[in-house]
Design a protein around this ligand. Structure first.
Ligand SMILES: Nc1ncnc2c1ncn2[C@@H]1O[C@H](COP(=O)(O)OP(=O)(O)OP(=O)(O)O)[C@@H](O)[C@H]1O
Ligand SMILES: [Mg+2]
Length: 290
């Protein structure tokens, strides 16, 4: 892999958050080697930098200034920041608001050119899908384009319309259902006429731990209780990545060379293989062709 994009159509179903969690998961050593970039390309402005304890600069705005005479991968990397606690994750915080968003639109085409390189692993948050979308260069360069939606009727109708428009432009959008579900995934796949590749639960406490954004939780992330608390949300994210792998849209990076294993190591590896196989089975079951 390569580039994945995440968009929404209606409300705030958690597109930015899911994009970040996917990047965080891909950047973890268990998912292979090499960094993963997370780019906040939403023209309406970025949301996550304050929650991650990052500054606005370097970010998309400073990158636009630096890239006036041409964008290269090195220039891109030099405008990233690394959030504490997520080694391997390199974030390009978004612009301050729609005014700056309009001014850096040209940069998205340049980014699409750089991110088409399959050796770069990146997730781009593209914000709300617009009919005259300037981000289509990024979507065209992507291995998969996810659209996050609630499963209320209005959201599903908007999603269906977006899927239809994108299909006519030659792009496939894959649906992720967020929040409490009132419809089955088969119904969602039928209603949106798209492939549903997963679900993501609303879990504010787990999210606060994963973003390490709540000061009251300082020290909490290292405990077993906090790991358990985040398992469900992390499992949703892993299942989405497995769905993408199953469909060939995501090639995992090379897994780090295994150290020599003793008996305990072998038992741990066996347990890891079993849990991966289970996650993969669950992911396949979640893939519904609409
Ligand atoms: N899985 C989740 N569990 C709990 N809270 C969540 C989850 N995902 C998102 N949220 C919260 O919901 C709010 C909106 O999330 P987010 O900014 O990711 O949505 P969005 O779809 O990107 O919205 P926008 O259209 O404004 O870009 C935020 O307060 C975020 O913390
Ligand atoms: Mg957003």
């Amino acid at each position: 892999m390569t580039l994945l994009t995440v968009s929404t159509v209606k409300g705030a179903p958690g597109g930015t958050t899911l994009a970040f969690l996917l990047a965080q998961a891909l950047a973890a050593p268990s998912y292979g080697t090499g960094p993963c970039l997370f780019l906040e390309c939403d023209p309406a402005g970025g949301d996550l930098a304050p929650a991650l304890g990052l500054l606005a600069i370097p970010g998309l705005a400073s990158l636009a200034l630096a890239a006036r005479h041409g964008l290269t991968a090195d220039v891109l990397i030099s405008h990233t920041q690394s959030p504490a606690g997520s080694p391997g994750l390199q974030v390009v915080p978004g612009v301050a608001g729609p005014e700056q968003g309009g001014a850096v639109r040209w940069l998205l085409d340049e980014l699409a050119r750089i991110l088409a390189d399959p050796s770069i692993r990146a997730i781009a948050d593209l914000g709300r899908l617009q009919h005259d979308d300037a981000n289509d260069s990024l979507r065209s360069a992507a291995a998969a384009n996810l659209i996050v939606t609630g499963d209320d009727v209005a959201s599903l109708l908007h999603t269906r319309s977006a899927v239809d428009t994108a299909r006519r432009a030659g792009l496939a959008l894959d649906v992720v259902v967020s929040g409490q579900r009132s419809h089955g995934l088969v119904q969602v796949a039928r209603a949106t006429e798209a492939t549903v590749i997963g679900t993501v639960r609303r879990d504010p406490m787990a999210l606060a731990i994963l973003l390490r954004s709540d000061r009251r939780l300082a020290g909490f992330p290292r405990t077993t209780a906090s790991r358990r608390r985040t398992e469900g949300l992390k499992g949703d994210v892993t299942a989405i990545l497995h769905s993408l792998e199953t469909r060939g849209a995501l090639v995992p990076g090379p897994v780090p060379a295994a150290p020599p294993v003793g008996t305990r190591g072998r038992a741990a590896l066996a347990a890891l293989r079993t849990s991966r196989a289970r996650a993969s089975r669950e992911a396949q079951e979640a893939v519904l062709v609409g």
